[in-house]
Design a protein around this ligand. Sequence first.
Ligand SMILES: NC(=O)c1ccc[n+]([C@@H]2O[C@H](COP(=O)([O-])OP(=O)(O)OC[C@H]3O[C@@H](n4cnc5c(N)ncnc54)[C@H](O)[C@@H]3O)[C@@H](O)[C@H]2O)c1
Length: 262
Amino acid sequence: MIETTLQDQVAIVTGAGQGIGRAIALRLAREGMHIVIADRVPDTASAVAREVEALGRSGLAIPTDVAKADERTRLVSETLQQFQRLDVLVNNAGVQRVALPQDVDEAHWDVVMDVNAKAVFFLCQLVLKHMASVGSGRIINIASIAGKLASTIQHPIYNVSKAAVLAMTKTLAHAYAPQGIRVNAVCPGIIETAMQDQVDREFAHVTGKRPEEIRAERQARIPLGRAGEGDDVAAIVAFLAGPDSRYMTGQALNATGGMVMF
Ligand SMILES: NC(=O)c1ccc[n+]([C@@H]2O[C@H](COP(=O)([O-])OP(=O)(O)OC[C@H]3O[C@@H](n4cnc5c(N)ncnc54)[C@H](O)[C@@H]3O)[C@@H](O)[C@H]2O)c1
């Protein structure tokens, strides 16, 4: 099927109640899409749904814990019931936990891998069933430069989870290309969100520095001279969702201000 404009198409964005996911939801709505906001926090999901509606598009909040199989199934079936179509899935929901490798326990592994990796794969699987039946669709997975570099030793399992996202993006891209479905990833670097604030606070605690010092040090490592914003990531997602990227699949595009160049 030839891809055309995003106007009146339907996207699910997970973790869209705040941060990068909210920016993606609003950007895709500005492109003319109807948006399903899937976040485990009902209030923020509803608030973003109202913001989507204010842009003249349908915004449907479906409170969802993506780590739970029955909630993933309900998310997809309610979306199809409401809109009779599903064109784009953005797997954005994610969590991070800090621990040195020797201190990681199985509970740490499970929570990070369940949300960041397992939920992404199985939500892809559910949505791909529908997309394959209509012969079109795009999936965009929000990974991280952590999946390429694995450089922060304080986030060992987060790094593993994001590498898993990159591997499944490539595998699914290969598997579903013949059916007209494209699967790509975005690797953000340092983006100003609540998650990044939490990382700063935790690093400050570990190093004995102030969070502002940590922030200044990391900004100094960004060639473009500033941390990113949700909109910087959302612009790349809109490109990957839309027709201008029609010849791209299995890619992992960086949004890092030049911090990572491969
Ligand atoms: N902020 C950064 O610098 C950065 C860098 C690289 C990658 N990322 C990735 O971008 C994505 C978004 O990060 P953010 O910075 O906006 O984080 P954030 O913590 O500000 O927002 C994450 C959202 O996901 C939701 N969420 C968490 N677990 C969920 C679950 N089980 N089910 C449904 N929703 C859930 C939260 O409620 C929240 O609304 C994540 O996958 C993160 O790993 C962020």
